[in-house]
Design a protein around this ligand. Structure first.
Ligand code: AHM
Ligand code: MG
Length: 343
């Protein structure tokens, strides 16, 4: 290595420098370090595949009525156990648990609330496609000794940190503490995350969209109109050809968008009209929304900014449009035009 080459910046060093600059507290730094360690353990379990005996269904269901995979349950346990005793957290909530759990009485409670989807995209585990962990950190309201679900119901703008860890060909942690979105790659030999992309930026414009097209017939009118125009390509009103990608693993689709731009959409549909969408606000849309906004992109329900929504339930679902800013604005424009004409 030439003498002038900068030495690698580990996640620990990055976090300490953020703390020294007064942008994060020591407690938040330690909390993120614990989450990153738990993600390293999940990465090891995921990468063992069939050899680890962890593939397949756990034979249980979660609060959303979805079958749990063994790795969903294992990842949830790893995150809970790692975060129980550090003293930085007051409570945890997870896609895999009906209600939030306060830190057990045996341990000191800290000032933060942690939400996570321990293994997002878990239907992809058995086919060896990238999956990931998504997390969001909120402050525990002052004076609350034993937090309950209601204390988690804060708008996404209140997040003090958000991130995901993607278990793909390499394991990467993508993190924001409100000062840009940064990517760290796991050095498996050293067991440490190394900063590999500072300040990720999503191009404002894109020619790539991500959506599960098989739901098309269930979408509402403005979604039909928007996607019809994307598919019309160069000859249509958008005047350019679009490409489509759908991994069915939000972490992998969002990682692609943070890397090269695009729009990710999971809209409301009529398949299950009682549900506001498929994805969950508190531990999927909000953390991804903050990461994307911090990288210069946008996150919307099609009608409102995701990060401004006032949550009403821990496991609330929400339509999601996120990624390249101008493309999200275009999709929002179709909804606005439709709603105005209908008014
Ligand atoms: P999960 O949290 O139960 O894994 O579900 C969320 C996943 C996302 O990762 C992905 O974007 C979406 O579900 C895929 O849904 P579909 O199978 O309808 O395409
Ligand atoms: Mg999930």
């Amino acid at each position: 290595m030439p003498a002038s080459a900068p030495s690698a910046v580990s996640l620990s060093r990055y976090l300490i420098e953020e703390q020294r600059a007064g942008r994060i507290s020591a407690d938040l730094r330690q909390l993120i370090a614990v989450v990153a360690r738990a993600c390293t353990s999940i990465s090891i379990a995921v990468s063992k595949g069939a050899l680890g005996g962890v593939l397949g269904d756990a034979g249980t269901g979660n609060v959303q009525g979805e079958a749990q995979k063994k790795l969903d349950v294992l990842s949830n346990d790893i995150l809970l156990e790692a975060n129980a005793w550090g003293g930085h957290l007051a409570a945890c909530a997870s896609e895999e648990m009906d209600h939030s759990q306060p830190i057990p009485d045996a341990y000191p409670r800290g000032g933060f609330l942690l939400l996570f989807d321990p293994l997002d995209g878990s239907s992809n585990i058995d086919v060896n496609v990238s999956v990931g962990t998504i997390f969001s950190v909120l402050r525990c309201p002052d004076g609350v000794a034993t937090p309950g679900d209601e204390h988690f119901l804060q708008p996404g703008r209140e997040q003090v940190a958000a991130g995901y860890c993607i278990y793909g060909p390499s394991t990467m942690l993508v993190l924001t503490t409100g000062n840009g979105t940064h990517a760290f790659t796991l050095d498996r030999e050293q067991g440490a995350f190394v900063l590999t992309q500072r300040d990720m930026r999503i191009p404002e414009e894109t020619k790539e969209f991500a959506i599960n097209m098989s739901n098309q017939r269930h979408w509402e009118a403005p979604m039909q109109a928007y996607v019809t125009d994307l598919l019309a390509g160069r000859e249509g009103p958008r005047g350019k050809d679009f490409n489509m990608r759908w991994i069915a693993s939000m972490v992998a689709d969002v990682h692609r968008i943070l890397t090269r731009g695009g729009i990710f959409i999971y809209p409301w549909d009529r398949k299950d009209p009682g549900k506001a969408g498929k994805l969950r606000l508190m531990y999927e849309a909000n953390p991804m929304g903050l990461l994307v906004e911090q990288a210069g992109g946008a996150a919307s329900t099609g009608r409102e900014d995701i990060l401004s929504l006032r949550p009403t339930q821990l496991h609330q679902r929400v339509p999601v449009f996120l990624g390249s800013k101008k493309e999200v604005e275009a999709a929002v424009g179709y909804h606005r035009a439709h709603d105005t004409a209908a008014a």
